[in-house]
Ligand binder design. Sequence first.
Ligand code: ZN
Length: 165
Amino acid sequence: MPCPTAVGATAFWLTEPAGGVYSGASGAEQEHTAMEEITIRTRRQTDMIDITDAVQNAVGSAGIQRGVCTVFVPHTTAGVTINENADPAVVRDILMEIEKIVPLRDGYAHAEGNSAAHIKSSLFGCSTSVIVEQGRLQLGTWQSLFFCEFDGPRTRKVWVQVTRI
Ligand code: ZN
């Protein structure tokens, strides 16, 4: 069955805070740092979506062979994690157990009604880093990068920054 999730990537190059200026994608290989935004449409209220390929594409666009890739989720009800990609039962079990640890309804005070999602976001965290060697993310055999949705479905962003070392 085809995966209904759309993971798109749109490159945008930012002005470097230290004063250096990105000259656009074509000049990326000359720069120290590159940043790209990935757009994700999540499928359910709680979801984990493998974004490894999209992040690897961003690393490829950056043209940086050796460095660090930071994956940052700019949302308060979502997160990012690295875990097993081979058996989908692992993701199912993670989501099942996090639901027990942080129930959807538990007398929370936050008026928006999505406190469970905020708490899960903090438990998982909103960023992670992966080593880049020879232009490739250095992940273990069974590891993937997962975007974690806790208040979906909706359209989300992931920011990927690659820094040359
Ligand atoms: Zn809220």
